[in-house]
Each structure stands twice: as C-alpha cells, then as structure tokens.
Design a protein around this ligand. Sequence first.
Ligand code: NAD
Length: 491
Amino acid sequence: MSFLDYAPAPESTSILHLKKSYGLFIDGSFVKGHGKSFSTISPATEETIAEISSANAKDVDAAVGAARRAYDRTWSKLSGADRGKYLFRIARLVQERARELAVAESLDNGKPIKESRDVDVPLVAAWFFYYAGWADKLDYAGLGANPRALGVAAQVIPWNFPLLMLAWKIAPALAAGNTVVIKPAETTPLSALLFAEILQQAELPDGVVNIITGAGETGSLLVNHPDVNKVAFTGSTAVGRAIAKSTAGTGKKLTLELGGKAANIVFDDAPIDQAIEGIVNGIFFNQGHVCCAGSRLLVQENVHDEVVDRLKDRLSTLRLGDPLDKNTDIGAINSKAQLERIRELSNIGEAEGAERWTAPCELPAKGFWFAPTIFTNVSTSNRIARDEVFGPVLSVLTFRTPAEAIAKANNTPYGLSAGIWSDKGSRVLAVADKLRAGVIWANTFNQFDPASPFGGYKESGYGREGGRHGLAAYLTSSAVASAATTRGASK
Ligand code: NAD
C-alpha cells in the first residue's frame, strides 16, 4: 500500500432487511409467481442475494387485471390533487429510506455506492416530487384542453439505473392518472421490490402499481397483453424494434428509450481540465452502462495528444473495486453476459487496428470486472465506433473543422445525446443546432433533471421522458398528439 492509498470505507449492509425470497407485487400484496423462480446475485461477488419469482402468462394477466380494476374503480376517480398527495408521500418515503435503497441498488447492480447514494436515489425522489406537482395542473401543461389518462400502462425497464428508470416510468404515469404494471430487469429486481414496500407504506390504493419480475418472456407477455393501453420501454434497440412491430396496429401508445453512441466533442479552445472530468464522467460513470454515455470522443486534432495523455493520467487514479466502498469510482459490470459483450467488442476493436490502452488497476478475483479502457486510432467504420459497448470503453476519433466534427458525430444509427466542449458560446450553439441528438450538453455531461425532457432520434427511439413532454406520453387529447414526439419524429 502506498502512502496515497485509501483505507477501505465500506458502507454497512446492516440497514438492509432483505427477505430470502420475493414474490410478485400484484394488487397491493406480494404473491408467488407461477413461472420458474431465479436468483438475483451481486455482480461484485457472484453471491446470491435473494430468490425472485417469475411471472408467467397467468400472473401477467392478474397484474394487468388488477391495474385495470384500480384504474376503473379508484385511480381515475381521484382528483389530481389527491393523486399528487400519494406521489409526494412516495417521494418523501424514498428520501427517508434513501440509504437503504442506495445500498440495495449497489449490491444488486454493482454500481459504486457514491453514485447510487448521490445520483440515483436523490433523482428518484426528485422525479416523484416533480410529477407530484403536475398531477393537479394537467390542464395547464400546454397539452390541450381536458387531457385524459390512457388507462393501464405496461412498462419494461433495464438494469443500468433500476430504481431511476422505475421512477422515470411510474411518476409521470401516475401523475397523468394511469395505473401501471412494471417489469424490472431480471438482473436487478431488488430495488423495485423494496419500492413495492414503499408503495404499501404510502398506502397507495391496491393495484395502482403492480411490479412483476421475470426475464424477457415476462416482458413480452406484458407489452403484448391485449388490455394495456400504453407501452413504455427502455432497453436495447433490438428488443425495442420487436416491441414496435408487435404493438403496431394495436392502438397501444408506445414510447421507446433505446441505445446510444454519443459523441463528446472537444474543441481546441475548450477548458481542458473541465473537459477531462467531463469525458471521464461521460463514459466511466456507472461503468459506462449508460444509454447516453459519451462513448465516442471527438477531439480536435491539434489537442488530441494532450487530451489523451491527460485522460490516461486521470484514469490511472480511478479506484475500481467493491461497489459498497465509498471510495470506489468504478464498480462491477452488471452481469457475466454484459462482461462478455464488452470483452468481445474490445477484442474486435483491437483486431480492426485501433490502439488499446487499459488503466492500470487490479481486478478482483471474483465477480465481473472490466478496467477503464481507451481506444485511439479509431476510424468511423470500426465496430467500437459504431456499436454500443455499454461498458467502460472510450473510442477516440479526431477532427479538424467544426463541419467535420458534426459530420462524424451524426455518422451513427443512434441519436440520443451529445456533448460539446468549447469556450465560445456561439460555437456551442451553432454546433448543437446541427447535431441530431435528443439531449446535448455544453461544457458538462450526464446531467439529469426531472424538468428536462430526455429521449432520442433514429435508433435511439421515440417519445420523451421528463418535463411536460413526459406527461404527454401518458395522456390523450387532441393537442397531446401533436405536442408529444411520437413515432417517426424528426428534427
Ligand atoms: P434489453 O432490451 O435486453 O432488456 C431491457 C428490458 O427488456 C429487461 O427488463 C428485459 O427483461 C426486457 N426484455 C427483454 N426481451 C424482451 C422482449 N422480447 N419483450 C419485452 N421485454 C423484453 O436491454 P438491457 O440489456 O437490459 O439494457 C441495455 C440497453 O438498454 C442498452 O442498449 C441501453 O442503451 C438501453 N438503455 C436505454 C436507455 C434510454 O433511456 N434510452 C436507458 C437505459 C438503457
């Protein structure tokens, strides 16, 4: 241990009172699923955390039935102010149980506790507070006269921000007056199940939110159930495409939040120190398991060497290891399958001629780990410049002029986010205007706010979450149709 090493500072798990096994949360109670149960494990240790039920067709039917009854009998009869009171109550309970939720999230997902504690869980509370405020003001959201709920919303979410994605889905749906059946990802069901306990504490009427666990098959049964009015999906483009096909022509309203391959563009006049931090935050936050991650660094040629050298220095200081240690910067990769995908794409990057650099760090013997990695000498046709790696891997490309930066940034099938680093506001605005991405950050990256709409173009999906746009996805009225960005939206 050198004199600069940190002493271990693990967060205690004693605050968690986990059950050995969890059922499905249907109609206000935990019930046993009829599918084959599975274990959820810690990706940092590969140890089993709990046994999780799996919902089969019968269970999905029961959950949708409970949501329909709750919609008809209770939720649609409440005033917006009363719906808002439940959402405020949920937000406060999330704050009260914040530490417990953060520990559960890091345990099940592998993300560093400082991220779940300081980013995920506070944003979850913020999302419920924000939409609680909208519940009685739907008439003033600029979405037309008398906006109405759609009915039952089927929601399927991924594993990278389990509780935050749940909040992004549930909060606007309830504020707008819908009831919900939601399915968390199979590798990260734990925080959603703790959230179910919060719903019981909040005395949310039975059936307003139902949480069913299981793998892709359960998700497919849910989105294809004939009695759902709205489908909201966050996950891979391949599954999003399949859902778009299967829901086409059914009358179900659909929003898709899919993958991304964001360009983080650094001009030579950028504040380099800040840009380095922004690049690190852009791709190494949450092990790069971020749909809007700045996975393609476009750096102006004359500052390329300086930026890459400083980036390597900075990455050499990152601490990889126990997600529950408060000093950890890089946690575990969420699953073995994801680790294999990251390894495979990185090997392809090397085989295609890009130069690989890996941060010097020791990987723990157990669990799923991947050290921060940079590829230089990357060309736009390389797989690592085109495919979503969804891991701590940065591809570096260069440009000479703003026009070249824009052309390269837009040369992707995706269009979720982008970053621009420059000292000149006029340049930032001129470049941002030409980028085909749903969210564009200037001299910062990965900033999220419930008031700000988030969503993509092209293969990154359609529809927006956050802000009043996020409400539009769960409402119907003549004006909503034109206000919401729906299928085939273009810039
Ligand atoms: P995935 O598509 O495999 O799984 C996402 C969810 O869909 C899981 O709950 C899964 O069980 C379920 N699912 C799988 N097959 C299904 C089917 N046929 N029908 C219905 N549901 C099904 O993706 P993943 O590996 O869990 O997540 C990673 C992907 O999600 C990345 O591509 C990432 O970019 C994307 N993502 C996007 C956003 C966004 O907001 N745009 C946010 C987070 C993640």
